[in-house]
Design a binder for this molecule. Structure first.
Ligand code: HEC
Length: 131
């Protein structure tokens, strides 16, 4: 019985720690997203700006935000955005998609990139936070 209680406590502690860490990452990613805000919106009601809205980016084909006028480079990149490709891209967008019109130098810090992905990937295509 004692053992069981301890085990249950351990699980509770680990879960609580993991979600607290997750919340911190989301908060850090949100502040990192300030670098993108001049050109991108995300979340409910997000509209295209200088760049396309980024809702549902995890699993979204490049160049497919409705009513956004992409460069051919972006449209024809053949990328379906996922964690690995996003992280590679955001380090140096012009290296990953030569000819893109996204004028952004990139983010080099791995932790910042991880947090940014945690933040952007939580939105579904309607801009709602995924459960
Ligand atoms: C100066 C404006 C600008 C900034 C700042 C900027 N972007 Fe972009 N972004 C663009 C433009 C313009 C495009 C469309 C590129 C094209 O068509 O070649 C784009 C495209 C993208 C795409 C591809 C979307 C798709 O539908 O294929 C992603 C992902 C993206 N940006 C993420 C980001 C993130 C994350 C940040 C912040 C770290 C950021 N961008 C900062 C202008 C910007």
């Amino acid at each position: 019985m004692k053992k069981l209680t301890f085990g249950a406590l351990m699980i509770l502690t680990v879960t609580a720690t993991a979600s607290a860490a997750m919340a911190q990452d989301v908060a850090a990613g949100k502040s990192s997203f300030n670098k993108c805000l001049a050109c991108h919106a995300i979340g409910e009601g997000a509209k295209n700006k200088v760049g396309p809205e980024l809702n549902g980016i995890d699993g979204r084909k490049s160049g497919t935000a409705p009513d956004y006028n992409y460069s051919d480079a972006n449209k024809n990149s053949g990328i379906t955005w996922n964690e690995a490709l996003f992280k590679e891209y955001i380090k140096d967008p012009k290296a990953k998609i030569p000819g893109t019109k996204m004028a952004f130098a990139g983010i080099k810090n791995e932790t910042e990139i991880n947090n940014l992905w945690t933040f952007v990937s939580q939105f579904d295509k309607d801009g709602k936070i995924k459960q």
